[in-house]
Design a protein around this ligand. Structure first.
Ligand code: PGA
Length: 263
């Protein structure tokens, strides 16, 4: 689907996965804040998604130094509280000024058995507590080689949309992350990434409204690097990047936030 002209501010997110203890996390965020300036924040939303143990420390740094980096989490449970040992709930994250929560990352789906139904409930819980979910979707290499990419993504997107209101969908973020491209150094070509991000926007148009399709933000993720981010971001239906490995180093991540400025 062609760009519908919505004013979608780019969102560059660093998913640190299980990296950086809270002391390292503080250093990375401080270095990132030294590298970025007002013009960068005006041009793009920037989020960091540390492990749970880093959230409180980073919140304190962002508040104290008034740094406009958005605080993000990597996961949450869909219930507010209860007997769910090891889980963290959406209201707990909201209390830490978390703005964005990744739900349904392929590592959660593949390694921890998260289903479309669980991802849908998590996205609803995130919205219910005033935050924004980043819903991850994407196909495996086998699915891609069997020509099943569109069907896989269509099923995941439709399931996520089913529990959300049109207004929520307008604020939602999808991340298209082909699983074969995550952490492998292989990236989808800009044209392939655009095709699937356009498919996602089209599904929002079909299932929700043209207005929501124009507003929903779609990120691409999977081995995004300073050297390939500009070409991806130039695509009409790609509104941001969900960056894993290359977000761990603050200088590298800052270069990606500044993708418009060749270095
Ligand atoms: P990667 O990870 O950039 O290291 O491929 C992306 C992600 O899993 O979000």
């Amino acid at each position: 689907m062609a760009d519908t002209g919505g004013s979608r501010k780019p969102l560059i997110s660093g998913n640190w996965k299980m990296n950086h203890n809270h002391l390292e996390a503080i250093q990375v965020v401080q270095k990132l804040s030294y590298a970025l300036d007002k013009a960068d924040y005006d041009a793009s939303d920037v989020s960091v998604h540390p492990p749970f143990t880093g959230l409180r420390s980073i919140q304190t740094v962002l508040d104290a130094d008034r740094i406009p980096i958005l605080l993000g989490a990597q996961n949450c449970h869909w219930e507010d509280k209860g007997a769910f040992t090891g889980e963290v709930s959406a209201p707990m994250l909201a209390k830490l000024n978390v703005s964005l929560v990744i739900v349904g990352h392929s590592e959660r789906r593949q390694l921890f058995g998260e289903t479309d139904d669980m991802v849908s409930k998590k996205a609803q819980a995130v919205f219910a507590h005033g935050m924004t979910p980043i819903v991850c979707v994407g196909e495996t290499l086998e699915e891609r080689e069997a020509g099943g990419t569109d069907d896989k993504v269509r099923g995941q997107v439709t399931a996520a949309l089913s529990g959300l209101s049109p207004d929520q969908v307008s604020r939602l973020v999808f991340a298209y992350e082909p699983i074969w491209a995550i952490g492998t150094g292989r990236t989808a070509s800009a044209a392939d990434a655009q095709a699937i991000c356009g498919l996602i926007r089209g599904l929002v148009g079909d299932h929700v409204s043209a207005e929501a399709a124009g507003a929903v933000r779609v990120q691409y993720g999977g081995s995004v690097k300073p050297t390939n981010i500009a070409e991806l971001m130039d695509q009409p239906d790609i509104d941001g990047a969900l960056v894993g490995g290359a977000s761990l180093d603050p200088d590298e991540f800052a270069r990606m936030v500044r993708w418009r400025t060749p270095t």
